[in-house]
Design a protein around this ligand. Structure first.
Ligand SMILES: Cc1ncc(C[n+]2csc(CCOP(=O)(O)OP(=O)(O)O)c2C)c(N)n1
Ligand SMILES: [Mg+2]
Length: 658
């Protein structure tokens, strides 16, 4: 029995009363958007989306992204009504410590929440990543994968630059599985969009190559028919501009920016409920009829789910099943190790080039390994031959993001949210600034987004300070739950990748050099495998007079300086490679003490700002760091100017020791 218009009306009314109550009880939150989008959400959850509320991780479910994350009360209401495990008590605990209903949706925290949203625009960009993942998975496994990615975003999402970048790429790639609904209420926090947003969104999206429709977002049949039309358009992503009224259904708040981000107050809520034909005194009330409607919806959707399961069993078997399992399980690292490159001690290779050699193996050995650069692949060394590439109207395992770092970070998170793939992005380290919002969200959401950031210091050289990161290591290390790895040579680069592959519950950043670096001479004790511990002694001596702490390209310099101090001055120095602070911090106190030594003399050598190093070296250490912007000059002149030569380093250490 199809859902009738009266039933939809009842569902939407319940979404409205619930959303008002949720925000009121918390005494904080955003009621305007949920009321304005209640009609759209009711259609989506009852008539459009395929899902199984008893199996929220079903691979072929339609994805729903609330890009306007402030409207979380809407999503939580839908998760309750659809029987996805959210209870009325959860709704009553909106925005409270430890509840399943935080202020903005958090992936990994609340079952049924597909992406962490709140920073506007992110959700729309995440969806593009999901759409890419869906298409790639369908290419591998056929039509057992054939679903849509739906999202609702508001004026704010439409204004954000990240949305523009992502939408431009989605149009180019013809991601027909994307169906975005723009909650065009023409209201943002400061008032009417006339204040700051008067462009023609329809024309803009048409020029991106999208299929665009405009509807009355409160008319059930227009909502449904526009979505069905969007589904039929296979070769273009779809935007449905839904003209809505913020706070629709409320007594006095309709169309007002005041409804955006504050509870209505008891009086307005009572009046609104009465206007909607409900009791003004009932709170968190869900009529039995509404539960009955969702029972009916669930039964219908279960049939679709069951027939999909049958199709899956009959089509994904034998070798295809094995392949499927490689997509959805952790890679066998020990097996992979047999194929990973080894490098000759003393030979010189830039860590970005070593990273490129690793990528060749990963692309070959792991069918679910994908990624790409923001138009810097030749410099990042991320191009691999004979691997499918994305382009106009097609997806590929090598993604050409174009010059769109901002969207790249968020699209890559979308791929990670989706699951089944291991994915990386690449650019110059200095341009990570353009993707910081996404890096932060990957860390917050525990996503395996991997970053290949090359040209990791002033030793970029002639391109000058615009292209020379100095504060970027510190900025990255400041982000909780992000592993920042700066390998010192090719061997550590291999181990950095191993670490990134092992880590499935958070992002890993690999900072790589432009310039050639020698492959360091190692003993069993100083094996690069120690990178897994974050830090280790790479050059040792008995009872050292001082300990040098360093990373990346400055390790060779540190070892060279240590050798000179010993041979010329009889000063004994140990060099500690600390490629990943976050991993080192997880080691036992005794291990850390053993590595850092107990003496009072410590030297830090890193071509970046000093910030943070005090934690390992103490305040009284010598800091050979770069606490200003670099210069446009050849690498050797920069080393001379900033004191990163063995002579200058030894000079400063001698002064410090005295
Ligand atoms: C990147 C970012 N900037 C600013 C905000 C703060 N903010 C939250 S909602 C909002 C206005 C959103 O307007 P719209 O999307 O039209 O939502 P509506 O008021 O219609 O619900 C702003 C500026 C944010 N969440 N994210
Ligand atoms: Mg708005």
């Amino acid at each position: 029995m199809p859902i009738t218009a009266d039933e939809l009306k009842l569902v939407a009314r319940t979404v409205r009363t619930l959303s008002m109550d949720i925000v009121q009880k918390a005494n904080s939150g955003h009621p305007g958007m949920p009321l304005g989008c209640a009609d759209i959400a009711s259609v989506l959850w009852t008539k459009i989306m395929n899902y199984n509320s008893d199996d929220l991780s079903w691979v072929n479910r339609d994805r729903f992204i609330l890009s306007a994350g402030h409207g979380s009360a809407l999503l939580y209401s839908m998760l309750h009504l659809s029987g996805s495990g959210m209870t009325i008590d959860d709704l009553k605990n909106f925005r409270q410590m430890g509840s399943l209903t935080p202020g903005h949706p958090e992936f990994g925290h609340t079952p049924g929440v597909e992406t962490t949203t709140g920073p506007l625009g992110q959700g729309f960009a995440n969806g593009v990543g999901m759409a890419i993942a869906e298409k790639l998975l369908a290419e591998e496994f056929g039509d057992v994968i054939d679903h849509y990615i739906y999202s609702i975003g508001g004026d704010g999402c439409m204004m954000e630059g990240v949305t523009s970048e992502a939408s431009s790429l989605a149009g180019h790639m013809k991601l027909g599985n994307l169906i975005y609904i723009y909650d065009s209420n023409r209201i943002t926090i400061e008032g009417s969009t006339d204040l700051a947003f008067t462009e023609n969104v329809k024309m803009r999206y048409e020029s991106y190559g999208w299929h665009v429709q405009e509807i009355d977002g409160h008319n059930f049949s227009e909502i449904e028919s526009s979505i069905l039309e969007a589904q039929r358009v296979k070769d273009k992503p779809s935007l449905i501009i839904a003209n809505t009224i913020i706070a629709k259904g409320s007594a006095c708040m309709e169309g007002s920016e005041e409804s955006h981000g504050a509870p209505f107050g008891d009086k307005e809520i009572k009046a609104s409920k009465e206007k909607l034909g409900c009791s003004g005194d009932a709170h968190f009330d869900v009529p039995d009829d509404v539960y009955a409607i969702f029972k009916k919806v669930k039964d219908e959707k279960k049939k679709i789910y069951d027939s999909w399961q049958a199709k899956f069993s009959s089509s994904i078997k034998g070798e295809l099943k094995d392949k499927w399992n490689t997509f959805f399980s952790k890679p066998d690292i020990e097996k992979l190790r047999k194929s990973l490159p080894v490098f000759e001690t003393g030979s010189k290779i830039a860590t970005r080039a070593a990273g490129g050699k690793v990528l060749e193996v990963l692309y070959k050995e792991l069918p679910n390994f994908i990624g790409g650069s923001a138009d810097l692949a030749p410099s990042n060394k991320t191009m691999v031959k004979n691997i499918s590439e994305s382009g106009a109207g097609k997806v590929g395992r090598i993604l050409h993001y174009g010059v769109r770092e901002n969207a790249m970070g968020s699209i890559q998170n979308g791929i990670a949210y989706y699951g089944g793939f291991i994915n990386f992005s690449a650019t110059f380290f200095v341009f990570m600034d353009y993707m910081r919002p996404a890096v932060r969200l990957a860390a917050l959401s525990g996503l395996q987004s991997i970053y290949v950031f090359t040209h990791d210091s002033i030793f970029v050289g002639e391109d000058g300070p615009t292209h020379q990161p100095v504060e970027h290591l510190a900025v990255s290390r400041a982000i909780p739950n992000l592993n920042v790895i700066r390998p010192c040579d090719a061997e550590e680069t291999v181990e950095a990748w191993v670490s990134a592959l092992e880590r499935q519950d958070g992002p890993t950043m690999i900072a790589l050099s432009r310039q050639n670096l020698p492959v360091i001479e190692r003993t069993d004790k100083s094996s690069a495998k120690n990178l897994a511990k974050g830090g280790y002694t790479i050059y040792d001596c008995d009872s050292p007079d001082l300990v040098i702490l360093s990373t990346g390209s400055e390790i060779q310099l540190s070892i060279e300086a240590a050798k000179r101090l010993q041979s010329e001055k009889g000063i004994k120095a140990r060099v500690v490679s600390l490629p990943c602070w976050e991993l080192f911090d997880k080691q036992s106190e005794s291990y850390k003490k053993e590595i850092l030594g107990t003496g009072s003399k410590r030297v830090v050598i890193e071509a970046g700002i000093r910030m943070g190093w005090e934690k390992y070296a103490g305040e009284n250490a010598l800091f050979i760091t770069i606490d200003e912007f670099g210069r446009s000059a050849p690498e050797s002149d920069l080393a001379e100017h900033f004191g990163f030569t063995p002579e200058k380093v030894c000079e400063r250490i001698l002064k410090y020791m005295a």
